[in-house]
Design a binder for this molecule. Structure first.
Ligand code: NDP
Length: 453
C-alpha cells in the first residue's frame, strides 16, 4: 500500500468509525487510483478523491408504522446522496436487518463509479432500511413501504434522486413505494425505476443485472477466444440477480449447478435447467419459500445448511469453470477464493456488490484469472434503470429486443473500458483497476469542470 493510500485510509477510518464495509470499498478504489493520481497531480490538488469519499448529503429518518395486528414498529430509514457530478443521484434501496449507514455508504460509493462506467448520465446514491421483509404479509410490506416513502418523497424526484430495488426490494415493494410517492406528490413521474410494465417500467429491467453479469463473463471469455458453452457455473443467492443469471447461463449453453439463500445452498450436478428455474422463481417470488425445498423436489440435488462456524463456504468448493456470486457483500473470503481457483474456476463475474473480501480479490488477481468486479459486472441493472428513465422522459417504451440490445452493447462497452484502461495504466488484464479508474475519470473531470461545490 502506498503512503498516500495509507494516509487516506487512516483519515477515512478516523472520520467514519465502525463502518468496515465503507473502509473496504474505499481502500480497494484508492489502491487503483494511486496509479492515476501519480500521473495527474491536478486531481490530487483539487482533492477529487477526498471529495468523492464524502457523501454530498446523508438523510436519516424515523420510519414508524403499524402492522396488521395494530402493533407499532419503528425502523430507521436512510438515503445516501453520494455524488451528482454526472447526473441525478441513482441507486437502489435495500431492506434487510443488517442495513446501517456504513453498508449504505459502501454501496453508494461503489455506485458512483459503476454508474459512470455505464456511459449514461447518472450520479451515485443508495438507501434503505433495517426493516426485514422476510416472512411478512403483503399488508405489512405495504404499510412499511408507505411509511418509508412518507419521509423519502421530499428528498427525491425524477431530476434529483431516482431510487430502485436491491436486496429485499423487488417489484412488489417498488409498486407500494411508487403508489405512495404519487399520492403525496400528485405527480406521475419516473421517480423510481424497476416499475411494473403497465405503469412506466422497462422490459428487461428485472433481468438486467443477471443478464449483464453473464454478458460480462462472455466478454471476458471472448478475450481467450472461448464461450460459455458447456461451462459449469457456481451461482450464489436465489433472488433477482441469481435467477436471471441462471436464465442467461442456460441461454448461452452453460450449466448452473448451485443456488443459495441465507439458510444454505443446493448443489445440483445435473444442472438447473429452465423447468427447475421456473420452480425456483415460483418458490422465491410467489411463495417466498426457502431454497431447501429445491432439494426436496429434485432428487438430483443436495442441500447443505449454512454453517457460520466454518472458515469457508462449501458452495465455492465444487469443480467448475465460472462463478457468479449473486447474494451479498463479503460472501467470498480468501479461503473461498483459493478453493475456487483450486477447483478450476477461471472466470468470476460479480452480480452482487463487493461479494469478495480484499484478501479474496488479491487471490484472484495473483492467480491471473478473469475476474470481473461488481462495479463493472453488475452495472447492467442500473444501466437498464437508466434506459427506463430515458423511456419515461420520452413517454415511449422500447421493445424487449431494443432494450436487451442496448444492455448488451453497454456491457460490451464497460468491458472494453476496463480492458483499455487497465492496459493504459500498465496493469493489463486487471479489471479492478480498469473499472475503478475508468469510472473515476469521467466523474473527476466533471467535478473539475463544475468547480468546488
Ligand atoms: P434479492 O433480495 O432478490 O436476493 C438476495 C439473495 O441473496 C437472496 O437469496 C438472499 O437470501 C441472499 N442473501 C441476502 N443477504 C444475505 C446474507 N447476509 N447472507 C446470505 N445470503 C444472503 O436481492 P438481489 O438479487 O437484487 O441482490 C443480490 C445482490 O446483487 C446484492 O449484493 C445487490 O446489492 C446486488 N445488485 C443487485 C442489483 C439489482 O438490480 N437488483 C443491481 C446490482 C447489484 P435470503 O432470502 O435468505 O435473505
Amino acid at each position: 500500500m502506498s503512503q498516500y493510500v495509507k494516509d487516506l485510509m487512516a483519515e477515512v477510518k478516523a472520520k467514519n468509525p465502525a463502518e468496515p464495509e465503507f473502509h473496504q470499498a474505499v481502500q480497494e478504489v484508492a489502491e487503483s487510483l494511486a496509479l492515476v493520481l501519480d500521473r495527474h497531480p491536478e486531481y490530487r490538488a483539487a482533492k477529487i478523491l477526498e471529495r468523492i469519499i464524502e457523501p454530498e448529503r446523508i438523510i436519516t429518518f424515523r420510519v414508524p408504522w403499524v402492522d396488521d395486528q395494530g402493533e407499532v414498529h419503528v425502523n430507521r430509514g436512510f438515503r445516501i446522496e453520494m455524488n451528482s457530478a454526472i447526473g441525478p443521484y441513482k441507486g437502489g434501496l435495500r431492506f434487510h436487518p443488517s442495513v446501517n449507514q456504513g453498508i449504505l455508504k459502501f454501496l453508494a460509493f461503489e455506485q458512483v463509479f459503476k454508474n459512470s462506467l455505464t456511459t449514461l448520465p447518472m450520479g451515485g446514491g443508495k438507501g434503505g432500511s433495517d426493516f426485514d421483509p422476510k416472512g411478512k404479509s403483503d399488508l405489512k410490506i405495504m404499510r412499511f413501504c408507505q411509511a418509508f416513502m412518507s419521509e423519502l418523497f421530499r428528498h427525491i424526484g425524477p431530476d434529483t434522486d431516482v431510487p430502485a430495488g436491491d436486496i429485499g426490494v423487488g417489484g412488489r415493494e417498488i409498486g407500494y413505494l411508487f403508489g405512495q410517492y404519487k399520492k403525496l406528490r400528485n405527480e406521475f413521474t419516473g421517480v423510481l425505476t424497476g416499475k411494473g410494465l403497465n405503469w412506466g417500467g422497462s422490459l428487461i429491467r428485472p433481468e438486467a443485472t443477471g443478464y449483464g453479469a453473464v454478458y460480462f463473463a462472455a466478454e471476458m471469455l471472448a478475450t481467450k477466444k472461448q464461450t460459455l458453452e458447456g461451462k459449469v457455473c457456481l451461482v450464489s443467492g436465489s433472488g433477482n440477480v441469481a435467477q436471471y443469471t441462471v436464465e442467461k447461463i442456460n441461454q448461452l449453453g452453460g450449466k448452473a449447478v448451485t443456488l443459495s439463500d441465507s439458510n444454505g445452498y443446493i448443489y445440483d450436478e445435473a444442472g438447473i435447467d429452465n423447468d427447475k428455474l421456473a420452480f425456483v422463481m415460483e418458490l422465491k417470488n410467489v411463495r417466498r419459500g426457502r431454497i431447501k425445498e429445491y432439494a426436496e423436489k429434485y432428487k438430483s440435488a443436495v442441500y447443505t445448511e449454512l454453517n457460520q462456524n466454518m472458515e469457508y463456504n462449501p458452495l465455492w468448493n465444487h469443480k467448475a469453470q465460472c462463478a457468479f456470486p449473486s447474494a451479498t457483500q463479503n460472501e467470498i473470503n480468501a479461503k473461498d477464493a483459493q478453493n475456487l481457483v483450486k477447483n478450476g474456476v477461471y472466470v468470476v463475474s460479480e452480480g452482487a456488490n463487493m461479494p469478495t473480501t480484499i484478501d479474496g480479490v488479491k487471490v484472484f488477481l495473483d492467480s491471473k484469472i478473469l475476474y470481473g468486479p461488481g462495479k463493472a459486472a453488475n452495472a447492467g441493472g442500473v444501466a437498464t434503470s437508466g434506459l427506463e428513465m430515458s423511456q419515461n422522459s420520452m413517454r415511449l417504451p422500447w421493445t424487449r429486443e431494443e432494450v436487451d440490445n442496448r444492455l448488451h452493447m453497454i456491457m460490451k462497452s464497460i468491458h472494453k473500458t476496463c480492458v483499455d484502461i487497465a492496459d493504459r495504466f500498465g496493469t493489463p488484464g486487471n479489471y479492478v483497476n480498469g473499472a475503478n479508474i475508468g469510472g473515476f475519470l469521467k466523474v473527476a473531470d466533471a467535478m473539475i469542470d463544475q468547480g468546488v461545490v
